[in-house]
Design a protein around this ligand. Structure first.
Ligand SMILES: [Zn+2]
Length: 397
């Protein structure tokens, strides 16, 4: 049994306790939470820490399969050039991919992550994920903009799905992005998702070039598809709408959906998404450090708050981030949007991810009966509850 206390405890349920105490069993299950109202008397065996205790992080978007691409790609080149680099560099020996992914898994764990929504295009990392101390939801991500690729892409995804399941992983088959999936492939994914009641995820509105493709059939993504991937686009007719507007109806309304990045999202887009599907089943995942790495631009996070949308945080992969640190993502959010209170950002980085990944029965909040992991943030401005550049995370449980 351990009794933990600190200057503040952000429970993730709305409460911020001053010098509260969390009592945990040996397996990390929370037995009791004591609100001392700041009056922490001498109590036997209480470990007091200088800083703030928060629940374990839920990283809503990562690709540990791309960890070997750390520090390989130049920064701020924009999405089309980034995609080109991924195509050119992703195929290397499997053991190097596994070795880098293993290190990434350890880095995530050390940085206080208890659960991850992780994208896989292959089965390479399934075994290590099934043996990890972190709980993974694996999104098998399909790719194929040419309609004739749909069948082959889906057969491979289904093969990976079955293998992941056989290893005990939580898993779903998902589309990569509007610019990489044909209507034919969307239909296959949707039918399977409805049958499996799957959680869906899709990269969305990361670059204005996605809209150019659908609005006019021109632009940098078109060049990527035709020049780098040698796809004959003669089958494709621009819809005259934005990318999200063109495909949102192809995703089943009854399934949960995580939309990743949302850098270019406007009020019009939010209204359109709200008209198409329930916002209670829709999560907007921000990966700010990856956005700065690739596009050098951040989403209008205040707009999502004003609309009371469900926000999550992810690190994205090491191909577009120097670290897998949820705390660093939170620092970037706070530095660029200083009016957002820390306890709200903590909810995005913990509870909302747990809800989206259907892991809230044990993770996401500091509540009796849960086993959410406990992180300590040190080096903060405790007077104003603000993160500082030197703030650090330490996993206590
Ligand atoms: Zn991603």
């Amino acid at each position: 049994m351990r009794k933990l206390s600190a200057h503040y405890i952000i429970t993730g349920t709305g409460a911020v306790l001053i010098k509260g105490i969390i009592i945990l069993s040996d397996d990390g299950t929370i037995i009791e939470i004591i609100d001392t109202k700041g009056e922490l008397d001498e109590m036997s065996n209480v470990e007091f820490f200088s800083g703030v205790l928060i629940p374990g992080f839920v990283n809503a978007h990562c690709h540990i399969e791309l960890s070997h691409l750390r520090n390989v790609f130049p920064e701020k080149t924009g999405l089309p050039d980034f995609l080109k680099n991924v195509v050119e560099h992703r195929n290397i020996e499997e053991n190097r991919v596994i070795e880098a992914a293993q290190k990434a898994d350890f880095e995530l764990y050390k940085n206080g992550v208890v659960a991850v929504g992780d994208i896989s295009n292959t089965n390479t990392t399934f075994k290590l994920k099934s043996e990890s101390k972190i709980a993974y939801h694996t999104f098998i991500e399909t790719l194929g903009f040419a309609p004739q690729r749909a069948e082959r892409a889906f057969v491979w995804a289904k093969y990976c799905f079955d293998e992941a399941r056989s290893l005990g992983l939580k898993v779903s088959v998902v589309p990569h992005a509007p610019y990489s999936i044909s209507k034919e492939l969307f239909d296959k994914i949707s039918e399977f998702a409805i049958n499996q009641h799957s959680i869906l995820s899709m990269h969305s509105q990361e670059s204005s070039a996605e809209d150019d493709l659908y609005l006019s059939g021109d632009g940098e993504i078109v060049r990527h598809l035709t020049e780098n991937l040698a796809i004959d686009l003669s089958f494709f007719n621009p819809t005259g709408e934005t990318a999200i507007g063109s495909v949102i109806n192809w995703l089943p309304k009854e399934n949960k959906l995580l939309l990743i990045h949302n850098i270019r999202t406007t009020q019009e887009d939010i209204d359109l998404i709200a008209k198409t599907r329930s916002l209670d089943k829709t999560w907007f995942v921000f990966c700010p450090d990856s956005n700065l790495y690739i596009e050098d631009r951040l989403p209008d996070i205040e707009l999502f708050r004003e609309n009371k949308l469900q926000i999550c945080v992810g690190t994205d992969s090491l191909s577009s981030n120097h670290k897998l640190s949820m705390l660093d993502e939170m620092k970037t959010i706070q530095a660029n949007f200083p009016s957002i209170p820390l306890d709200e950002i903590v909810i995005w980085a913990t509870q909302n991810g747990a809800n989206a990944l259907e892991m809230s029965d044990w993770s996401g909040t500091i509540e009796v009966g849960k086993r959410p992991g406990i992180n300590l943030i040190t080096g903060m401005d405790l007077q104003n509850l603000l993160l500082l550049p030197q703030s650090k995370i330490k996993r206590l449980i």
